[in-house]
Design a protein around this ligand. Structure first.
Ligand SMILES: O=C1C[C@@](O)(C(=O)O)C[C@@H](O)[C@@H]1O
Length: 243
């Protein structure tokens, strides 16, 4: 799968808490053939048990067949489910990289920089694509700040740079779109951006115009405010496709 050209691709998050919930969700999602599945391991109750994590990851991989997996541990401070120490966060990410079930890994930008760089190297040594991310669930930073954060992710070795922000006004949505457009022109790497909540929904369908290469759509439970259902998202992205 190539990210970064043409109509934005669609990722569907899996938010199951138990291994059986995760596999059931995966079956339903696989039947709808999204481009990518995001396994949100911060929802998984056994995420800190490395053996269980790897076993369930392999089962998930088998269930999804050829649909690529993005594995994400979203920390509490960035809108995730579970509070971990930095050491635990990096340990879990390393387990995921070496287990071999994932195609891509979400690496949060704002952890210790040397550890982030080492994790990126480890991912690349194991042919795992790095989607580096930052989330602001309270506000929308200004345009220069958003572009600066995306640029710093690329400088740290990200294959794809991702930024999700919360709008308080229509102006904030415009800020995210303008920042996306600017970063898309300035950077070579593909970008994923979104303005969350209802106000920001428009940013989830306009990626081809402004330069966001992937949108998260839900099947059942979503993983962030403002996500559009996979079926609607597919229609919307197709309707807005540039000729
Ligand atoms: O980074 C993102 C984007 C997201 O927060 C969204 O707003 O769709 C959903 C998360 O699951 C994913 O990791």
């Amino acid at each position: 799968m190539t990210l970064g050209t043409g109509r934005p691709k669609i990722a569907v998050p899996i938010t199951g808490k138990t291994a059986s919930e995760i596999i059931e969700q995966a079956k339903t999602i696989a039947s709808k053939t999204p481009d990518l599945v995001e396994w949100r391991i911060d929802f998984y109750e056994d995420v800190t048990d490395a053996q269980q994590l790897v076993t369930t990851g392999k089962q998930l991989h088998d269930t999804l067949g050829s649909i690529p997996i993005l594995t994400t541990f979203r920390t509490k401070g960035e809108g995730g489910e579970l509070q971990l120490s930095d050491d635990q966060y990096f340990e879990i990410c390393k387990t995921v990289i070496t287990a071999g079930f994932t195609d891509a890994l979400d690496v949060e930008r704002y952890h210790d920089e040397a550890s982030v760089k080492a994790l990126v190297n480890k991912a690349h040594e194991n042919q795992v694509v790095v989607i580096m991310s930052n989330h602001d669930f309270d506000k929308t930073p200004d345009q220069t700040d958003i572009v600066g954060r995306l640029t710093s992710m690329v400088e740290l070795g990200a294959d794809v740079a991702k930024m999700a922000v919360m709008p308080q006004s229509a102006d904030d949505v415009l800020t995210l779109l303008a920042a996306t457009n600017q970063a898309h022109q300035e950077l070579d790497q593909p970008l994923i951006t979104m303005s969350m909540g209802d106000l920001g929904k428009v940013s989830r369908i306009s990626g081809e115009v402004f330069g966001s290469c992937l949108s998260f759509g839900s099947v059942g439970a979503g993983s962030a405010p403002g996500q559009i259902s996979l079926d609607d998202l597919r229609h919307d992205l197709n309707d807005l496709k540039l000729s």
